[in-house]
Design a protein around this ligand. Sequence first.
Ligand SMILES: NC(=O)c1ccc[n+]([C@@H]2O[C@H](COP(=O)([O-])OP(=O)(O)OC[C@H]3O[C@@H](n4cnc5c(N)ncnc54)[C@H](O)[C@@H]3O)[C@@H](O)[C@H]2O)c1
Length: 298
Amino acid sequence: MRCVAWTASLPANARTSPTLDGRGKFTVLEGDIRDLEVCKKATEGMDAVLHLAALGSVPRSIDDPLASEAANLGGFLNLLEACRHARIRRFVYASSSSVYGDSPASPKREGQEGKALSPYAVTKAMNEVYADLYHRLFVIESIGLRFFNVFGERQDPQGPYAAAIPRFVTSLLRHEPPEIHGDGHQTRDFTYVGNAVDAMLAGLRCTDERAFGHVFNIAYGQSTDLLQLIDRIKVELAKHDPEVAAVPVNHIADRPGDVRASLADIGRAHEILGYRPTFDLEAGLQRAVPWYLANWGA
Ligand SMILES: NC(=O)c1ccc[n+]([C@@H]2O[C@H](COP(=O)([O-])OP(=O)(O)OC[C@H]3O[C@@H](n4cnc5c(N)ncnc54)[C@H](O)[C@@H]3O)[C@@H](O)[C@H]2O)c1
């Protein structure tokens, strides 16, 4: 299968690496999905698209909704248009747990979405509407994956919009109190990146027609609050630096757009995509933390 994956930057050696099935090579094309011609060039002659490119971060989208809209919605529509013209069969894309918005339901189930809490969530919800429409109008087999708080090696800890786990790990490495918005009892379903990759591949291989035009929760299926998360990160770091156990946390103001509780029901992804997460939070941290020690430690 010829497939284009639109994603984060690949390391230089990936440019000549074999593909997952051991045949062929990666060809890296660097471009901006806000440019329709770039999308057309990338999809030409392909069978499938894995679409991950977006401006992440809820707070970034509140600061600059137009930038999020242009990349996450305009770029998404460009890519769907390119898929239509290139007669792409399969389109697997990243949606987000943020589409559950203010829904109090727990666990979150597909079909029980609440009102959006951020422009980022609006762009992801609209991605799902367009992907379903393009399935019904143009027979593109779209499959949306609602990722819940993905973490892992190589996630950037820097900048105002960095995700929680890389920020917490690198603060603790420096013995600086990690900053937590609010009381720290907000919960998340932290999902190791290896599970997210397995879900993308499950979407690519899926032959169950019930998947097409639909969206699926992708998570581990376990709820952890931020204070528990910090304790688990400390356990991993303390294997190398016992003093980290004594570093306190710094509670700062609540953040607009933040969801209080987030736990996924992954039953539909299991039933229809055959998705089964392999790594729980501990297993993920055991893989990710050594990478931060090697790359961000003293
Ligand atoms: N990480 C998470 O917790 C999480 C949770 C839910 C959904 N998602 C979604 O999963 C996908 C991947 O997330 P990630 O954490 O790897 O994010 P990331 O920020 O690490 O990667 C996104 C990539 O998209 C690229 N990009 C942004 N705008 C672009 C544009 N206009 N043209 C081309 N490339 C562009 C960025 O340069 C970056 O390399 C995103 O769609 C994100 O919204 C992530």
